[in-house]
Design a protein around this ligand. Structure first.
Ligand code: GDP
Ligand code: MG
Length: 391
């Protein structure tokens, strides 16, 4: 049988973010290469990271955009997304789960629109620690790279990240992958920066269990499996749970299997990336966006008030105001649902404004004050908000 997961080091969730083609996936592969050479990880080549997540239905599998590795002091789950839209869906809206992020900026190109958008959204959903990988340093000249570094620090400061004290490490994912010692050393330096700069988060392990569903799989002969990162609480094999946020109303089930990265575990806790096997749950009774929770601890609803920042045109948002009657998509945890916006006495909200709004979603989903979300329209993020109260 498979080796069980043994918790010997604190577990953290991190991810790469940044503009397309700045080298996120190359860097992710390079990190696994350097750590596998060190003996605390398994090398995951570029094309295994950069592949569509949908078809990995062999064994209980975590969303394959995750890789797992250890440094001397920590166990990490690291998420890397193929495109900007996947990034928004999988990282930003699930980013309450991210304990820290590696912002990848090409030293050749500097800050690009998605760089700025990812930093803004990371701030909005509560990613408190960012480490910068100034990538492609093998190909850039020093003066230009110095300028890019200044520019990145300014961007971080403008979003409240304290850009002056943020670690900025010049790396080359590509050369490190090729085994060039100068650049494998740069990856070591980046990992040291992550180890020291991103603190071990406070985990709400005493709160009632809640897991936002990222993916649903069928394992032949075993049943329906859901994967995701546990938002709070703990769960054990044998626990009764409720599946919430679907058209069928609350569904009762029992956890009959629990794994992390293919290794069975007896119990899992807030922050862990897990796969749960659910007894008697038909495949079509559950989908991404729902939550699995301790029974009777969560009540789905659809009307709430929120404080929302409307992105400016410069930040990739709208160039025209929004008004009551606006119907964009709301990305809340892993859910993606349409909502009607009512601005009340505030007639219009202009790009760059922060406003209070009432939202009525197209269906009931689990909501609570303090929950962060993104607002999207036509494939781009136009707002970022926090739930104030349920109505
Ligand atoms: P992503 O879209 O951010 O995931 O970027 P990729 O990892 O797919 O890389 C985009 C392109 O940049 C590819 O052609 C890579 O080979 C190249 N690249 C990535 N890292 C480096 C680097 O450190 N140096 C150089 N010179 N090129 C790189
Ligand atoms: Mg990529």
């Amino acid at each position: 049988s498979k080796t069980a997961y043994v918790r010997t080091k604190p577990h953290l969730n991190i991810g790469t973010m940044g503009h397309v083609d700045h080298g996120k996936t190359t860097l992710t592969a390079a990190i696994t290469k350097v750590l596998s050479d060190r003996g605390t990880g398994t090398f995951v080549p570029f094309d295994r990271i950069d592949r569509a997540p949908e078809e990995a239905a062999r064994g209980i599998t975590i969303n394959i955009a995750h890789v797992e590795y250890e440094t001397d002091t920590r166990h990490y789950a690291h998420v890397d997304m193929p495109g900007h839209a996947d990034y928004i869906k999988n990282m930003v809206t699930g980013a309450a789960q991210l304990d820290g992020a590696i912002l990848v900026v090409s030293a050749l190109d500097g800050i690009m629109p998605q760089t700025a958008e990812h930093v803004l959204l990371a701030r909005q959903v509560g990613v408190d620690h960012i480490v910068v990988a100034l990538n492609k340093a093998d190909a850039g000249d020093d003066e230009l790279t110095d300028l890019v570094e200044l520019e990145v620090r300014e961007l971080l400061t403008s979003q409240g990240y304290g850009g002056d004290t943020t670690p900025v490490v010049r790396v080359s994912g590509l050369r490190a992958l090729e085994g060039d010692p100068r650049w494998t050393g740069s990856i070591e330096a980046l990992l040291d920066a992550v180890d020291t700069y991103v603190p071990i988060p406070v985990r709400y392990t005493d709160a009632p269990f809640l897991l936002p569903v990222e993916n649903v799989l069928t394992i032949t002969g075993r049943g329906t499996v859901v994967t995701g990162a546990i938002e709070r609480g703990t769960v054990r094999v044998g626990d009764k749970v409720q599946v919430l946020g679907g058209d069928l109303g609350p569904q009762a089930s029992t956890v009959t299997g629990l794994e992390t990265f293919g290794k069975p575990m007896e119990s899992a806790e807030a922050g862990d990336n897990v796969a749960l096997l659910l007894r008697g749950m038909p495949r079509d009774a559950i989908r991404r966006g729902q939550v699995v929770a301790a029974p009777d601890t969560v009540v789905p609803s659809r009307r709430f008030t929120a404080r929302v920042y409307i992105l400016s045109g410069r930040e990739g948002g709208r160039t025209t105001p929004v008004a009551t009657g606006y119907r964009p998509q709301f990305y809340i945890r892993t859910a993606d649902v349409v909502g009607d916006v009512d601005l009340g006495d505030t007639a219009v909200a202009r790009p760059g404004d922060t406003v209070t709004m009432t939202v009525e979603l197209g269906r009931d989903i689990p909501l609570e004050p303090g929950l962060g979300f993104a607002i999207r329209e036509g494939g781009r993020t136009v707002g970022a908000g926090t739930v104030s109260s349920l109505l």
